[in-house]
Design a protein around this ligand. Structure first.
Ligand code: IVH
Length: 671
């Protein structure tokens, strides 16, 4: 290997490892900024020397060409489906049947897993490399979605073979899902763009995975959990539990809620426990899956045509109910989109009272033929806004009233437009109070400028009284103005002024997010600040400059450029600055004063006075970062007993090496 090849290989290994820490273990070792730096270094290197790029390079996740259609893939072993049990009696019957078939009287060992509501895929790894990924299809033949699967960051392009040597062939089965937050964000964006929204996360995941253009899939943060294997050559597996552990060891993402249990009582407890947790999970599950643990017992039980006898789904009660639509009202969003909302007779759905449900847009109303007075099925999932699934037409009396969105904005009275190719109808008056209010709610919200005490009701009043027309006006509010508001005591006015004052110190990434630039969510805002450092640079950046940044695509780039090209926006920024909004990048001052501020430290060998965890926590406490691998960015390496290759590597790179004692002195533990 040449030096360059070695360098590229090393970078790839580092990035793949950090990907694994971040996406699979959910326990990153390095900051986003440092990750970006590694990624950029590799991109540059491969750009200068294209021959260095290997198929498992993390730069190669995106970049497949647009396809004409998907090729069929015949599965080596069919991907079966599952029988359902809907209540306790049915799950007890399942357990009885199994023990009867096996002639066993004691408690069975089962693996219980969440039943994820996504779509099943199979990933084929040959000698450790991901070669083909396909959808389940009809169970026998699926579609080749390799390019799209490669864009999922939790899918290793190369198996982690630190602990197990790569099997000759390993077929991994799992479920591709879209998280609830991601689903909401995707729908919000689609609504803004006037595109049809997805009915639920599963449809969104399926639609994203079956995109012919992998760039579109890449822009949708799909996730995966692996739960089984198909053919596996060069890897011995004896049970489901061992399989899950092995998949994890190979760097594949396995759901952390899976449990090994004994007897049907523990299965029932698991079901009850997960039902409790259902609402707080960041993704949708619709039940649990119960699998006989021992593979030799699975084999004895065998399979039916479509499903195995050794596994069953134990579903949760439906999150759907029926109720009546009393009225349909319109909400105007931050970008002027008009959303019809059904006002319903309140009803309990999965333990929560629901009285409003979104109808999405006119096309959806027409498609479902929803009318005022209709009896409908409503559905809710997680904290997603409840929606009307369908009308129960058999309950119609003939007195129901069809509905069409108003031609004029119900808030400001301006004409609304529906752009060609869009499903959304919008109010295009930027000064529309509904839009202004939404922009200000967002600006003051938690992840944004976090102005404590500036709730929706107060914003409504401020806008209605004409005291606030844009976000900059917030910083020019006077005590007298506030006190003049309804239900505003002097004390609350002072508190609010203090909260507004405190928000001036929010870092630049939060401000960027708060401004509500299209497609600039919390993460993108952070990426932008990491790359451009200050507002001036960002303002000057061209579309090309922006697209140089890993993770910034044409859509975001265009939107940022448009934002800064708008004079009104520039004026708002000027007034924010004048009011004393600091707009400083992330690093907070406190950190800068700490002993290890900004330092990257690697520990190697056995430490005598700390555990690794303690050492790492200490470093973080003092403003530094502990990393697991030595690079030229490492500030120093602390060596314990029997240091390994990391010490050698530090020497090669000329990175400072210190003993544990020196380290203790440096951080002030010893003198
Ligand atoms: S095992 C023979 N495990 O449910 C075993 N499936 O109704 C079949 N699913 O097609 C698959 N979570 O898409 C299994 N933990 C889990 C699952 C799971 C969701 C889906 C999968 C399958 C469908 C069957």
């Amino acid at each position: 290997m040449t030096e360059l090849q070695k360098k590229a290989a090393h970078l790839r290994e580092q990035i793949n490892y950090h990907n694994y820490r971040y996406y699979v273990l959910d326990d990153p070792e390095i900051s986003d900024a440092e990750y970006d730096r590694l990624m950029r270094e590799l991109i540059e290197l491969e750009k200068a020397h294209p021959e260095l790029a290997t198929p498992d390079s993390p730069t190669q996740r995106i970049g497949g060409a647009r396809l004409e259609g998907f090729e069929p893939v015949t599965h080596t072993l069919p991907l079966l489906s599952l029988d359902n049990s809907l209540n306790e009696a049915e799950i007890i019957e399942f357990d009885d049947r199994i023990r009867r078939n096996l002639g066993m009287s004691g408690d069975m060992e089962y693996v219980c897993e969440p039943k994820l509501d996504g779509l099943a895929v199979e990933l084929v790894y040959e000698n450790g490399l991901l070669t083909v990924a396909s959808t389940r299809g009809d169970g026998y033949v699926g579609e080749n979605v390799t390019q799209n699967i490669r864009t999922i960051k939790g899918v290793p392009l190369k198996l982690l073979t630190t602990f197990i040597s790569p099997p000759d062939r390993l077929e991994v089965r799992g479920e591709v899902i879209l998280g609830l937050r991601e689903f909401q964000e995707l729908n919000r964006r689609r609504q803004e763009e006037g595109e049809p929204t997805f009915a639920n996360p599963r449809n969104a995941a399926a639609g994203s995975l079956r995109q012919l253009d992998p760039a579109i899939t890449a822009a949708r943060p799909l996730d995966i959990f692996c739960y089984g294997v198909g053919q596996h050559i060069g890897l011995e597996l004896k049970s489901q539990w061992q399989t899950l552990q092995t998949l994890k060891t190979l760097g594949l993402k396995v759901n952390p809620l899976a449990r090994l249990v004994r007897g049907i009582k523990e299965v029932k407890d698991y079901h009850a426990d997960l039902l409790q947790q259902r609402e707080s999970l960041p993704y949708e599950i619709d039940g649990i899956v119960v699998k006989v643990n021992d593979f030799s017992l699975q084999e004895r039980l065998g399979v039916k045509t479509k499903s195995p006898r050794w596994a069953i789904a134990y579903k949760f009660p439906a999150q759907q109910e029926t109720t009546q639509i009393l009225d349909i009202i319109v909400q105007v969003g931050r970008t002027g989109v008009l959303t019809p909302v059904a006002v319903m007779q309140p009803v309990q759905v999965g333990g929560v009272e629901v009285s409003r449900a979104t109808l999405h847009n006119q096309d959806e109303i027409d498609r479902k033929d929803v009318r005022i007075g209709d009896w409908v099925v409503v559905q809710r999932a997680g904290d997603v806004i409840p929606e009307v699934v369908k009308v129960i037409t058999t309950r119609r009396t003939g007195r129901e009233k069809p509905y069409t969105l108003p031609k004029k904005c119900p808030v400001c009275g301006s004409e609304t437009v529906r752009l060609e190719g869009e499903v959304a109808q919008r109010c295009i008056n930027l000064a529309c109070p509904a839009q202004v209010k939404e922009r200000i709610y967002h600006f003051a919200s938690k992840g944004a400028m976090d102005i404590d005490g500036l709730g929706d009701k107060l914003v409504d009043q401020l806008v209605e009284k004409g005291l606030v027309k844009d976000v900059a006006d917030l910083y020019y509010l006077t005590r007298d103005e506030l006190v003049s508001l309804e239900r505003m005591a002097e004390k609350s006015a002072d508190n609010l002024l203090a909260a507004i004052e405190a928000s001036k110190k929010r870092p630049l990434n939060r401000l960027l997010f708060a401004l509500g630039i299209r497609f600039v969510g919390e993460h993108v805002a952070r990426v932008l600040v990491n790359s451009f450092k200050n507002l001036d640079n960002l303002q000057k950046a061209t579309k090309e400059d922006l697209m140089q940044v890993y993770e910034i695509g044409p859509q975001v780039a265009e939107s940022v450029v448009d934002f800064f090209a708008n004079e009104e926006n520039i004026c708002i920024l000027e007034r924010l600055k004048k009011a004393g909004v600091e707009m400083k990048p992330l690093e907070d001052e406190e950190d800068a004063e700490k002993i290890l501020a900004g330092k990257i430290i690697v520990f190697t060998g056995a430490l005598q006075t700390f555990t690794r965890k303690e050492a790492r926590e200490l470093v973080e406490l003092l403003g530094g970062r502990a990393s697991s691998s030595v690079s030229k960015n490492t500030d120093f390496v602390v060596v314990g007993e029997n240091p390994g290759s990391k010490a050698t590597r530090a020497q090669e790179l000329g990175v400072e090496i210190m003993s544990e004692n020196d380290f203790r002195k440096l951080v002030g533990l010893d003198s």
